[in-house]
Design a protein around this ligand. Structure first.
Ligand code: SAH
Length: 363
């Protein structure tokens, strides 16, 4: 583990500075703001390209805008909402960034380089309110939702800080929090990220939003965007799933799978089911056979995630042969399966290991 040290991206603004991060505005909002001040509304795209393409860090740097426009913008907005507090690099090349927000809370973003892609794992909430018993983030409780700007800025900050020419090809909304419990900000961030005209222009095909299974929002997301959907399933037995994930008491396994069958998933796409393997709990070949049976008729694939231990968790990861057997049982029944190798587990950056004590902001 390499500790890159603590540093602050930009001095924290005083509490009386009420300027908003400009990257939190949608294109129409920015145009309207310009128009209302008698400023050329068509400049909105130009400003957005500076922000999302050229990675500008101030209005001063937007050299082809008039002085008056730059001044007007700087009077009401700032660029950026995050300060990097720490960055930890794993032996396997993944990097965990700790970002401090304006109110002192901290969220984590994980950078995962692979042979053919560079994936960034984004957070959408400070903590999480869903209470899944196996997850470290759940122990924080829900502190608050991230804003659209705070979600978008995780991508921009990592792009700025990564090695020269760092290109993030894939995004997964699998960091801290439940993205669909913060629907509007997540949706707004997706608009900026996927907008090919003046946003970041990342294809929705390269983006996956993961949910514990909030059914109404899941449907909305599939109707409104073309991103990939991943669902944390972990068991198809209500008794087991409710013990692991309290959200199952609201939406049962049957309701969840029924919803999946009727989601408008584009023809060539599949829903991903994430299945955490916990020793002695849901890892038997019989569990795999039951899972395969329940998934019949849903165009999907299954990602098996061997449990990543973290402080305070009583669960264990199954031995490798049990993981293999589980995968084989699914494959034999025609299910497409990947076994996810943990990344960044030496820096507590793997799935379910993202956690921040409330007082880290004082550091
Ligand atoms: N709230 C969303 C987004 C978080 S994604 C969701 O539940 O899908 C994080 C993924 O890591 C989920 O699939 C979650 O079930 C999984 N996870 C949580 N704790 C884990 C742990 N200790 N080991 C392995 N995976 C874990």
């Amino acid at each position: 583990m390499i500790e890159a040290g603590t540093q602050t991206a930009r001095p924290d603004r005083g509490s009386r500075d009420h300027r908003r991060p400009v990257e939190g505005l949608s294109q129409p909002e920015l145009s309207a703001w310009l128009d209302a001040r008698g400023l050329p509304a068509y400049r909105a795209d130009q400003i957005r390209r500076w922000l999302f393409r050229k990675r500008a860090t101030s209005f001063e740097g937007m050299t082809d805008l008039s002085g008056a426009l730059r001044q007007a913008l700087a009077g009401e907005f700032v660029v950026g909402s995050l300060a990097m507090q720490q960055c930890l690099e794993s032996r396997d090349g993944s990097v965990k960034y700790l970002f401090r927000l304006g109110d002192g809370s901290v969220v984590e973003t994980v950078y995962i380089p692979e042979a053919d892609r560079v994936t960034l794992c984004l957070s959408t909430q400070v903590g999480c309110g869903l209470g899944c018993v196996f997850c470290a983030t759940a122990r924080m409780g829900l502190k608050r939702n991230l804003t659209q700007a705070e979600i978008v800025d995780q991508v921009l900050e990592v792009q700025r800080r990564g090695p020269e020419g760092t290109r993030i090809s894939n995004l997964v909304f699998m960091g801290m929090g439940e993205p669909l419990a913060n629907y509007d900000a997540t949706r707004g961030a997706l608009d900026v990220i996927t907008d090919a005209r003046s946003g970041m222009g990342i294809s929705p095909r390269k983006i996956t939003v993961s949910t514990a299974g909030l059914l109404p929002q899941m449907r909305r997301l599939m109707e409104e965007t073309r991103v990939n959907l991943a669902i944390s399933l972990h068991s198809v037995r209500d008794a087991v799933r409710s013990e692991l994930m309290p959200v199952n008491r609201k939406y049962s396994v049957a309701q969840l799978l029924e919803c999946c069958r009727s989601l408008p998933v584009p023809r060539r796409k599949r829903i991903t089911f994430e299945y955490l393997l916990i020793s002695g709990l849901n890892d038997l070949a019989a569990d795999a056979a039951e899972l395969a049976g329940k998934l019949r008729g849903i165009r999907c694939k299954v990602n098996l995630i061997p449990f990543n231990p973290h402080e305070g968790s009583g669960y264990r990861r199954p031995p490798d042969p049990a993981i293999e057997r589980f995968g084989e049982t699914l494959r034999a029944r025609g299910v497409q399966v990947n076994v996810r190798r943990p990344r960044g587990d030496d820096i507590q950056a793997a799935c379910g290991q993202l956690y921040h004590a409330a007082d880290t902001s004082a550091a």
